[in-house]
Design a protein. Structure first.
Length: 186
């Protein structure tokens, strides 16, 4: 199973959101998942490589329990605890959480209003249907701005991560007899 840091971080963010929606755990557990997700997302090393090297404990913010879950994830491709926590939560909630200005509770409310995807949300805001169903005009406008930002957002790679990847590519390129010299650009 091949999984990126961004994928692992997304899973942990989703678990933290599920804890909030289902009102399970406590604020410290939620913060632990969020902190671990952020640390993994911004790490210059691939979490899977750290797992293979038995160095997961080096990731700041990853405690013993989350480390156990990561080991289970890489060994089996899933985590039973995460599956149980995420069970019965509509998938659209996790899509909505990618929009700035939408937190777990708002995503849950939107899901309960029958929102099926981001385009559906955009249509319901522009038609005024969201305001009719109890959301304030100010919140609807804030969500619409978040939707616009999401659609314009470039999927960029953080510089420290890009530098690490560039080094790996350069090492391979320089081993080729056809390459005289190589440098990273852009």
């Amino acid at each position: 199973m091949e999984i990126s840091n961004a994928g692992v971080a997304k899973i942990l963010h989703n678990v933290a959101a599920a804890y909030q929606i289902k009102k399970i755990g406590n604020i410290f557990q939620i913060r632990a998942y969020e902190g671990a997700a952020d640390a993994i997302e911004h790490s210059t090393s691939e979490v899977k490589d750290l797992w293979e090297e038995k160095r997961l404990a080096e990731i700041p913010g990853v405690g013993e329990k989350i480390k156990e879950y990561l080991i289970e994830l890489f060994q089996t491709g899933k985590v039973k605890h995460f599956e149980a926590v995420l069970k019965n939560i509509p998938e659209v909630i996790f899509e909505l959480l990618d929009v700035p200005g939408i937190g777990p509770q708002t995503a849950y409310k939107l899901s309960n209003l029958g929102i099926h995807d981001l385009n559906d949300l955009r249509v319901k805001i522009k038609s005024g249907e969201l305001v009719k169903k109890g959301f304030s005009a100010k919140i609807a406008e804030k969500i619409l701005l978040g939707l616009e930002e999401t659609s314009k957002r470039n999927k960029r790679i953080l510089l420290p991560y890009a530098s690490e990847q560039a080094k790996k590519v350069l090492e391979k390129l320089k081993k080729s007899p056809d390459v005289i010299d190589a440098h990273p650009l852009g």
